[in-house]
Write a protein that binds this ligand. Sequence first.
Ligand code: ADP
Ligand code: MG
Ligand code: ZN
Length: 472
Amino acid sequence: MAEKDVIIGLEVHVQLNKLNSKLFCGCSTRYHDAPPNTHTCPVCLGLPGTLPVLNRGAVEYAIRVALALNCDIQGETLFYRKNYYYPDLPKAFQITQYDFPIGLGGKILIKGDDGEEKTIRITRVHMEEDPGRLVHAGTIDRAKYTMVDYNRCGMALLEVVTEPDLRSPKEARSFLDKLRNILEYLDVFDGDLEGAMRIDSNISLVGGERAEVKNISSHKGVEKALAYEITRQRSARRRGVAQVQETRHYDELRGITVTIRTKEEAHDYRYFPEPDLVPMRIADWVPRVEAELPELPDAKRERFVSEYGIADDHAKSLTSEIRVANFYELVAKRASPRLAAVMVADVLKGELNYRDATIDDFSPDHMVEILDMLENGKITDKGAVEVIRTILDHGGDPAGVVEAKGLVKVEDDAVKEAVRAAVKECAQAVADYRSGNEKSINFIVGQVMKKTRGRADPGEANRLVKEALDEM
Ligand code: ADP
Ligand code: MG
Ligand code: ZN
């Protein structure tokens, strides 16, 4: 539900985790399954005397993202030092961007709560380095000690900041899903990796101060934390307690947010230009990067509608994940595109979701085979669903499953024979139908399905029964 009194803006930290090396050193980005502190060097450990060397690929990826989010790319961009002391930040400053970020003034289209397309403005996109990761022994508020892992330290991050254009937790979720989708289309980001996206959510009620809920790593977590905040802020307002500007932590286990610090304690970061990095002129890069941008979700969705003649809802569902879109397109080139849209969007996606599986767990060849059998009338819709489920649960191939489970659609003659017999046996239902009770036809169709052991197409059986009754 869109809620008129709710204002939400997001600051999203995105790891450019498809790069091979970190932002300012040659350390590998593939640390996710590695023991702590094995992907480090003097540069990312912040040892004295080391110098950062900018990863050119990271700048290219950042321009790609800023362009895809419709930002104006700054011709010249600059790094700053943001000074603060924290155990995950060995240099005691973070190299980040400040007043000359790479991109300004973009937008993302989402589906708003009213069902209409809605524009969420992007304030800025800037580059920075990721700090290390603190690992608490237990929960953050009760840990006896905390360990630090510097593997993540120095990873290239983008921060994407929105204007306060979101009006509900659900819209925030839609925004994050869409952003992730775009980043994966751009091939700069793998959202499945731990810590790939971390979100600070700012939320206020109209006329009130805002709370910033820091560092949530799942889209669902953001949605829940925001819902909690709405309830909390409304109830405080009813009791006459004013919201102060503050930073809060979301406790996922307890499903609540708790205050960390208020504005009075806000840091002064003493930003100043990083003396070890020169300003970058990137204006000349932009035309080339722009020319090489891949097709993005909204464009792909429109093309699927026009090229394959499928419904917009199906096109939207099929393009909401790059891997699903690629799967669909592979299949649509070799089978009926419309049938493929129904089977992939309405059936396969649901069955995968139910099993916590991904599209990589199903073979496009198998889907083509299933669609062929459907189109040739060898199996029914119901049979196709059964084949998909069986393969997901037990493996095998479509022809084998159809054979083993006896899913071959009963031949037309056999169905006609079953209809004749059912009409003969169901004298009462026939009489009811004749006296105007149209629903009694369902009983007769039921008998036909029983006689064919469910292997007739129900729509077809219905049509044949009606035909037989009308001819009587
Ligand atoms: P800061 O630097 O203190 O984090 P910014 O002005 O950069 O503050 O805003 C950060 C985020 O807060 C942005 O995503 C913005 O959309 C959001 N925001 C600004 N005003 C509000 C508000 N009144 N309610 C909710 N979010 C807000
Ligand atoms: Mg902030
Ligand atoms: Zn390093």
